[in-house]
Design a binder for this molecule. Structure first.
Ligand SMILES: [Zn+2]
Length: 72
C-alpha cells in the first residue's frame, strides 16, 4: 500500500528585506546602535572612500549601513 502523501502547502519563505541582506543574500553586518553603524560607515569612507548611509532595520532591530537601495 502506497503511502499517502499529505500535501502540505509549501510555505514560501518571506522575501528577505533588501535592507537586511546584501546583494549576495548574506546578512549584513548589524550594529546595535546608530552610532556604531555611523562609526563603521565613517571607517569605510576613510579606508575606501565609499560613502554609505546608515539606517535602522525592521528585520533585526539593529542598524545597517549600505548604499541607498533604489532597485525596483
Ligand atoms: Zn537587519
Amino acid at each position: 500500500m502506497a503511502k499517502k502523501r499529505t500535501r502540505r502547502a509549501s510555505p514560501i519563505p518571506p522575501a528577505p528585506s533588501p535592507g537586511h541582506v546584501r546583494r549576495d543574500g548574506a546578512p549584513k553586518n548589524r550594529y546595535p546602535t546608530q552610532q556604531e553603524a555611523a562609526d563603521a560607515a565613517h571607517l569605510r569612507w576613510v579606508l575606501d572612500r565609499v560613502e554609505l548611509d546608515v539606517y535602522r532595520c525592521d528585520v533585526c532591530d539593529g542598524w545597517h549601513m549600505g548604499k541607498r537601495f533604489r532597485d525596483p
